[in-house]
Design a protein around this ligand. Structure first.
Ligand code: MN
Length: 237
Protein backbone atom coordinates (compact mmCIF):
# COMPACT_ATOMS: atom_id res chain seq x y z
CA UNK A 1 0.00 0.00 0.00
CA UNK A 2 1.46 3.38 -0.93
CA UNK A 3 1.43 5.91 1.86
CA UNK A 4 -1.53 8.28 1.65
CA UNK A 5 -0.38 11.80 0.83
CA UNK A 6 -2.38 14.90 1.71
CA UNK A 7 -2.37 18.43 0.33
CA UNK A 8 -1.59 19.72 3.82
CA UNK A 9 -1.02 18.13 7.19
CA UNK A 10 -4.25 16.58 8.53
CA UNK A 11 -5.54 18.23 11.69
CA UNK A 12 -4.45 16.58 14.94
CA UNK A 13 -6.60 13.80 16.38
CA UNK A 14 -8.72 15.21 19.24
CA UNK A 15 -7.79 13.31 22.37
CA UNK A 16 -7.95 13.25 26.15
CA UNK A 17 -5.48 12.18 28.84
CA UNK A 18 -6.30 8.94 30.68
CA UNK A 19 -5.67 8.56 34.40
CA UNK A 20 -2.83 6.11 35.04
CA UNK A 21 -1.88 5.72 31.37
CA UNK A 22 0.73 7.27 29.10
CA UNK A 23 -1.48 6.86 26.04
CA UNK A 24 -4.15 9.42 25.23
CA UNK A 25 -7.73 8.44 24.37
CA UNK A 26 -8.59 9.36 20.76
CA UNK A 27 -11.99 11.04 20.66
CA UNK A 28 -14.44 10.02 17.95
CA UNK A 29 -17.72 11.95 18.39
CA UNK A 30 -19.32 14.10 21.09
CA UNK A 31 -22.98 13.46 21.85
CA UNK A 32 -24.91 15.50 24.41
CA UNK A 33 -28.19 14.60 26.09
CA UNK A 34 -30.67 17.48 26.31
CA UNK A 35 -32.73 18.18 29.45
CA UNK A 36 -31.79 15.15 31.51
CA UNK A 37 -32.44 16.50 35.03
CA UNK A 38 -36.00 17.54 35.89
CA UNK A 39 -35.07 20.74 37.74
CA UNK A 40 -32.95 21.92 34.79
CA UNK A 41 -35.71 21.09 32.30
CA UNK A 42 -38.07 23.22 34.40
CA UNK A 43 -35.62 26.14 34.58
CA UNK A 44 -35.39 26.01 30.76
CA UNK A 45 -39.19 26.22 30.57
CA UNK A 46 -39.51 22.75 29.05
CA UNK A 47 -40.42 20.16 31.68
CA UNK A 48 -39.97 16.52 30.67
CA UNK A 49 -42.60 13.77 30.94
CA UNK A 50 -40.61 10.57 30.56
CA UNK A 51 -43.81 8.52 30.16
CA UNK A 52 -44.49 10.11 26.77
CA UNK A 53 -41.11 11.55 25.69
CA UNK A 54 -37.88 10.01 24.49
CA UNK A 55 -34.47 11.45 25.21
CA UNK A 56 -33.08 13.85 22.61
CA UNK A 57 -29.51 14.61 21.66
CA UNK A 58 -27.33 17.13 19.94
CA UNK A 59 -23.73 16.86 18.87
CA UNK A 60 -20.62 18.97 19.28
CA UNK A 61 -17.58 18.63 17.02
CA UNK A 62 -14.61 16.83 18.58
CA UNK A 63 -12.61 19.87 17.48
CA UNK A 64 -14.42 21.90 20.16
CA UNK A 65 -12.72 19.91 22.95
CA UNK A 66 -10.55 21.88 25.35
CA UNK A 67 -8.52 20.52 28.23
CA UNK A 68 -9.56 21.01 31.80
CA UNK A 69 -7.55 23.82 33.37
CA UNK A 70 -7.51 25.90 30.20
CA UNK A 71 -8.18 29.61 29.89
CA UNK A 72 -10.46 30.27 26.93
CA UNK A 73 -11.51 33.61 25.44
CA UNK A 74 -15.09 34.75 25.98
CA UNK A 75 -16.64 33.64 22.65
CA UNK A 76 -17.91 35.88 19.87
CA UNK A 77 -21.56 36.67 19.06
CA UNK A 78 -23.00 36.07 22.53
CA UNK A 79 -23.95 38.13 25.56
CA UNK A 80 -25.07 35.11 27.59
CA UNK A 81 -22.33 32.47 27.77
CA UNK A 82 -23.42 29.67 30.12
CA UNK A 83 -21.78 26.81 31.97
CA UNK A 84 -23.38 23.35 32.18
CA UNK A 85 -21.61 20.90 34.50
CA UNK A 86 -21.96 17.29 33.30
CA UNK A 87 -20.87 13.72 33.85
CA UNK A 88 -19.24 12.49 30.64
CA UNK A 89 -19.56 8.85 29.60
CA UNK A 90 -16.72 7.43 27.50
CA UNK A 91 -17.50 4.59 25.10
CA UNK A 92 -14.81 1.90 24.77
CA UNK A 93 -16.47 -0.78 22.62
CA UNK A 94 -18.64 -0.66 19.53
CA UNK A 95 -22.36 -1.16 19.99
CA UNK A 96 -25.52 -0.92 17.89
CA UNK A 97 -29.04 -1.56 19.23
CA UNK A 98 -27.66 -2.53 22.61
CA UNK A 99 -30.10 -3.51 25.34
CA UNK A 100 -30.07 -1.61 28.62
CA UNK A 101 -29.12 -4.87 30.34
CA UNK A 102 -25.93 -5.18 28.26
CA UNK A 103 -25.17 -1.46 27.93
CA UNK A 104 -22.43 -1.58 30.57
CA UNK A 105 -20.29 -3.64 28.18
CA UNK A 106 -19.73 -0.48 26.10
CA UNK A 107 -18.38 1.64 28.96
CA UNK A 108 -14.67 2.51 29.04
CA UNK A 109 -14.88 5.11 31.74
CA UNK A 110 -16.02 8.58 32.71
CA UNK A 111 -14.87 12.17 32.82
CA UNK A 112 -16.09 15.53 34.12
CA UNK A 113 -17.18 18.02 31.49
CA UNK A 114 -18.55 21.48 30.87
CA UNK A 115 -21.01 21.84 27.97
CA UNK A 116 -20.45 25.55 27.39
CA UNK A 117 -23.39 27.22 25.66
CA UNK A 118 -24.21 30.51 23.94
CA UNK A 119 -27.61 30.51 25.67
CA UNK A 120 -28.96 33.51 23.78
CA UNK A 121 -28.26 31.88 20.42
CA UNK A 122 -29.44 28.45 21.54
CA UNK A 123 -32.80 29.77 22.77
CA UNK A 124 -33.32 31.95 19.70
CA UNK A 125 -32.69 28.90 17.51
CA UNK A 126 -34.88 26.67 19.66
CA UNK A 127 -37.80 29.09 19.55
CA UNK A 128 -37.53 29.45 15.76
CA UNK A 129 -37.23 25.69 15.21
CA UNK A 130 -33.67 26.08 13.92
CA UNK A 131 -30.62 23.90 14.67
CA UNK A 132 -28.69 24.55 17.89
CA UNK A 133 -25.22 24.52 16.35
CA UNK A 134 -24.36 28.19 16.84
CA UNK A 135 -25.47 27.94 20.46
CA UNK A 136 -23.71 24.67 21.25
CA UNK A 137 -20.98 23.77 18.75
CA UNK A 138 -18.60 26.41 20.04
CA UNK A 139 -14.84 26.56 19.53
CA UNK A 140 -13.21 25.55 22.83
CA UNK A 141 -16.73 25.02 24.17
CA UNK A 142 -16.48 21.35 25.21
CA UNK A 143 -14.34 21.22 28.33
CA UNK A 144 -13.29 17.76 29.47
CA UNK A 145 -11.16 16.35 32.25
CA UNK A 146 -8.88 13.34 32.07
CA UNK A 147 -10.72 10.09 31.43
CA UNK A 148 -11.04 7.80 34.43
CA UNK A 149 -11.04 4.14 33.35
CA UNK A 150 -14.04 2.35 34.92
CA UNK A 151 -14.66 -0.43 32.43
CA UNK A 152 -18.16 -1.84 32.60
CA UNK A 153 -19.06 0.28 35.61
CA UNK A 154 -22.49 1.92 35.62
CA UNK A 155 -22.45 5.08 37.75
CA UNK A 156 -25.85 5.36 39.40
CA UNK A 157 -25.29 8.02 42.05
CA UNK A 158 -22.80 10.60 43.24
CA UNK A 159 -22.81 14.33 43.83
CA UNK A 160 -22.32 16.56 40.79
CA UNK A 161 -21.45 20.17 41.55
CA UNK A 162 -19.98 23.35 40.11
CA UNK A 163 -18.48 26.38 41.79
CA UNK A 164 -17.89 29.72 40.09
CA UNK A 165 -15.31 31.90 41.84
CA UNK A 166 -15.66 29.66 44.90
CA UNK A 167 -19.46 29.92 45.12
CA UNK A 168 -21.65 26.87 44.58
CA UNK A 169 -23.89 27.36 41.54
CA UNK A 170 -24.88 23.79 40.70
CA UNK A 171 -25.31 20.89 43.10
CA UNK A 172 -27.27 17.73 42.41
CA UNK A 173 -26.79 13.99 42.19
CA UNK A 174 -26.30 11.66 39.24
CA UNK A 175 -29.16 9.55 40.66
CA UNK A 176 -31.48 12.33 39.43
CA UNK A 177 -30.75 11.70 35.75
CA UNK A 178 -34.08 11.33 33.93
CA UNK A 179 -32.53 8.84 31.49
CA UNK A 180 -29.80 6.95 33.32
CA UNK A 181 -26.51 5.67 31.94
CA UNK A 182 -27.94 2.34 30.74
CA UNK A 183 -30.95 4.01 29.13
CA UNK A 184 -28.82 6.61 27.36
CA UNK A 185 -26.51 3.99 25.84
CA UNK A 186 -29.40 1.75 24.78
CA UNK A 187 -31.39 4.59 23.22
CA UNK A 188 -28.47 6.36 21.53
CA UNK A 189 -27.34 3.02 20.06
CA UNK A 190 -30.68 2.78 18.27
CA UNK A 191 -29.68 5.88 16.30
CA UNK A 192 -25.93 5.39 15.92
CA UNK A 193 -23.35 2.65 15.75
CA UNK A 194 -21.53 3.72 18.91
CA UNK A 195 -17.77 3.57 18.59
CA UNK A 196 -14.76 3.57 20.89
CA UNK A 197 -13.89 7.17 21.66
CA UNK A 198 -17.46 8.47 21.51
CA UNK A 199 -18.12 10.85 24.41
CA UNK A 200 -21.61 11.32 25.80
CA UNK A 201 -22.25 14.44 27.90
CA UNK A 202 -25.12 13.16 30.00
CA UNK A 203 -26.87 16.45 30.78
CA UNK A 204 -26.65 19.22 33.35
CA UNK A 205 -28.53 19.73 36.61
CA UNK A 206 -30.23 22.98 37.56
CA UNK A 207 -28.40 26.19 38.35
CA UNK A 208 -26.96 26.98 34.92
CA UNK A 209 -25.90 30.58 34.50
CA UNK A 210 -23.78 33.12 32.68
CA UNK A 211 -20.06 33.71 33.04
CA UNK A 212 -18.02 36.85 32.50
CA UNK A 213 -14.32 37.30 31.71
CA UNK A 214 -12.25 36.51 34.77
CA UNK A 215 -14.57 33.83 36.12
CA UNK A 216 -12.99 30.63 37.41
CA UNK A 217 -15.11 27.47 37.14
CA UNK A 218 -14.45 24.34 39.20
CA UNK A 219 -16.66 21.29 38.84
CA UNK A 220 -16.62 17.80 40.26
CA UNK A 221 -18.44 14.49 40.13
CA UNK A 222 -18.13 12.28 43.18
CA UNK A 223 -16.20 9.14 42.33
CA UNK A 224 -14.87 10.53 39.04
CA UNK A 225 -12.86 13.72 39.43
CA UNK A 226 -12.77 17.41 38.75
CA UNK A 227 -12.84 19.85 35.84
CA UNK A 228 -11.75 23.48 35.70
CA UNK A 229 -12.00 26.41 33.30
CA UNK A 230 -11.02 30.07 33.38
CA UNK A 231 -12.88 32.52 31.14
CA UNK A 232 -10.56 35.07 29.57
CA UNK A 233 -11.34 38.34 27.77
CA UNK A 234 -12.99 38.31 24.37
CA UNK A 235 -10.63 38.30 21.41
CA UNK A 236 -9.86 41.72 20.03
CA UNK A 237 -11.07 42.74 16.60
MN1 MN B 1 -25.67 20.14 28.27
Amino acid sequence: MPETRYLWNPPPVPSLPVRGRDERLPVNRIFCVGRNYHAHAVEMGRPVDKSVERAFYFTKSPQTLVASGSTVPYPSETKDYHYEMELVLVVGRPGFRVSAERAHELIYGYACGLDMTRRDLQLAARDKGRPWDLGKDIEQGSVCSEVVPLEGVVIERGEIALEVNGQVRQRSDVSKLIWNIREILADLSLHYHLQPGDLIYTGTPEGVGAVVPGDVLAGRVEGVGTVALTVGPAEAG
